[in-house]
Design a binder for this molecule. Structure first.
Ligand code: ARG
Length: 422
């Protein structure tokens, strides 16, 4: 029996031993953590760093500035990938078809983005000859699970390092490290900012007072959605057109998916729609609170669900929510590449074939309420639904016969119990 004499004992198959790290693909956001990391990896591992920044439609990023900063910090190369189309079509679209919500209102924007970001990291690592991928996730969150599960699945030959999990620097130490190494720091040492993650499909804030569960939201957390109190006094109706479960138009105007999501998001945000104050069960066991701003997802998921109600049968409506929930959980839990997700997508595609039509939603000071529906595929006949007359497919004379048989077992069971109770 041989003894393991390695200095660096690793628990997993995919974590890098320091001596294996020569060229690192760093998932770079331009923020403090990954900027410090860009420098730290070069020093700590004596390795080269290729930076990769992924555009998933997060508002307000200046990619030239990010690229410049990466080069300034010594990156060998810096790649910026515009993945908005792929994100919208391959990740958000299936989420809409599956009405994807985790917990009591999280539309999964981060969870949907991570497998794509990690897949792009694998592609670029292979293209640029990197042996290792580095990311800025902490050891307490879901994102490390999503990113590392993706890399370990798609590229078993590539190793991973997660410096934030191991370097034991707090925010103050990171700022000190940054100062010491000439890394530009925005803001400085005043109150630490919220921890933000955002993309086309939504925005989350964590940290600071959000960690006090009885602390109500302070106004400064909302940077996407207008506070409902300040939203317009006039309601607005937004009409969404769907074809086969996919949103294709707003207010009668046909649009591509990315600009459509942006348009719906803007209109919803103006009316204060899509604020979710969410207590969440993370995969790693922790319970945390997130403040979400998800105007586009709130409106589009509401409209999609309503249209499903119109075109599906009672039996479809009883089953699909359980599959929707399974889909959302797999994605939340970092198992995007799990075959069951693909199997479920096949079901979602099939059940969404009929989901074509238009839904009108009234937006007013934070609320979104369906007010009109129409579909060529509606399983609905206004003349059958009216109270009085029989005719066509419905016979009121048949109703008593139905009731007799429908209630048969319940009536028999009732009698048995009555007999036993004397
Ligand atoms: N709680 C959400 C999730 O787990 C959002 C996480 C946001 N990520 C972040 N690094 N701030 O998907």
């Amino acid at each position: 029996m041989s003894h393991n004499t390695e200095v660096h004992h690793l628990t997993t198959s995919y974590e890098a031993r320091p001596e294996e790290v020569h060229r690192v693909l760093l998932l770079y956001s331009g923020g403090l953590d990954t900027s410090v990391m860009l420098k730290w990896i070069q020093d700590e591992y004596d390795a080269e760093v290729v930076a990769l920044t992924v555009n998933l439609g997060q508002p307000g990023e200046d990619y030239d500035v990010i690229r410049g900063k990466a080069h300034q910090l010594g990156a060998l190369e810096c790649h910026v990938v515009d993945a908005r189309e792929e994100f919208a079509h391959e990740y958000v679209m299936p989420a809409i078809k599956a009405n994807a919500i985790y917990g009591t209102g999280y539309p999964l924007f981060t969870a949907l983005g991570r497998p794509l970001i990690a897949k792009l990291a694998v592609d670029h690592a292979r293209k640029t000859g990197c042996d290792t991928i580095a990311h800025g996730c902490t050891g307490k969150g879901n994102d490390q699970v999503r990113i590392e599960a993706t890399i370990a699945t798609l590229a078993p030959e590539i190793k991973v390092i997660a410096p934030v999990r191991t370097w034991r620097m707090g925010r103050e130490e990171e700022i000190a490290y940054a100062r010491q190494h000439g890394i530009p720091v925005k803001g400085g040492t005043e109150a630490p900012p919220y921890s933000i993650d955002d993309n086309l499909w939504g925005r989350s804030s964590e940290g600071r007072w959000i960690e006090n569960l009885d602390h109500p939201p302070t106004d400064d957390v909302f940077t996407l959605v207008t506070r409902p109190e300040e939203a317009p006094d006039e309601a607005e109706v937004i009409e969404i057109d769907f074809e086969h479960g996919v949103p294709v138009g707003v207010g009668g105007e046909r649009m591509e998916l990315v600009p459509l999501i942006e348009r719906v998001g803007e209109i919803g945000a103006r009316h204060g729609v899509g604020i979710v104050d969410h207590i969440e069960d993370r995969i790693v066991g922790l319970k945390v609170r997130d403040i979400y701003e998800v105007p586009a997802a709130t409106i589009l998921l509401l409209a999609h669900k309503e249209l499903e109600v119109l075109v599906g049968t009672i039996h479809q409506h009883q089953l699909k929510p359980t599959l929707d929930q399974k889909w959302a959980y797999l994605v939340y839990a970092g198992l995007w590449w799990e075959p069951l997700r693909t199997d479920l997508d096949a079901f979602m595609d099939a059940s969404n074939r009929q989901v074509t039509g238009r839904i009108g939603i009234k937006l007013f000071k934070g609320s979104a309420r369906v007010i009109t529906r129409s579909s060529p595929n509606a399983i609905y006949d206004a003349s059958l639904a009216t109270f009085d007359h029989s005719g066509g497919l419905f016979s009121q004379e048949a109703s008593p016969g139905f009731i007799e048989l429908w209630s048969l077992q319940s009536r028999m069971a009732w009698r048995v119990r009555e007999r036993d109770e004397g």
